[in-house]
Design a protein around this ligand. Structure first.
Ligand SMILES: N=c1c2ncn([C@@H]3O[C@H](COP(=O)(O)OP(=O)(O)OP(=O)(O)O)[C@@H](O)[C@H]3O)c2ncn1[C@@H]1O[C@H](COP(=O)(O)O)[C@@H](O)[C@H]1O
Length: 107
């Protein structure tokens, strides 16, 4: 299950996609199309990278929030959800061997 904050944000984004672009950032960005949404993710990621290189922890947190928000807008645009991403991460856990090692009883 998605984190409650993410779940709330996904619901707000789904609702605001139907709003007027004049009154909503989500609606305005969505109206500009998927390539523009994807571009925003690239921009926010670069801003997070710059903050990290500068050792700016507060900046990394702020830019990460922007990045995740825009990622949620993209997922919504593609009919996907955060739960789909979590399911992918969950599936990968089994392939790394780490989950298996953690669950193995100590000898
Ligand atoms: N979490 C966010 C959020 N994070 C960032 N942003 C917006 O993302 C934009 C990023 O800033 P930039 O300077 O990179 O971009 P910009 O110059 O404003 O816009 P661009 O033309 O470059 O796209 C800002 O306008 C922020 O306001 C967000 N806008 C909305 N939300 C959430 O979405 C909800 C719905 O918002 P509306 O659609 O505006 O009702 C809000 O209640 C919030 O919870």
């Amino acid at each position: 299950m998605a984190d409650p904050i993410i779940a709330r944000l996904e619901a707000v984004i789904a609702e605001r996609r139907k709003a007027s672009p004049d009154s909503s950032y989500v609606a305005k960005l969505s109206a500009r199309g998927r390539p523009r949404i994807a571009q925003k993710i690239g921009e926010e990621a670069v801003e997070a990278v710059i903050a990290a290189i500068q050792g700016d922890g507060k900046g990394v947190v702020s830019e990460s929030a922007d990045l995740i928000f825009h990622l949620l807008v993209l997922l919504a645009d593609m009919g996907l959800t955060w739960a789909d991403v979590l399911a992918e991460l969950d599936a990968r856990e089994g392939t790394s061997g780490i989950a298996e090692k953690l669950s193995r009883p100590k000898e």
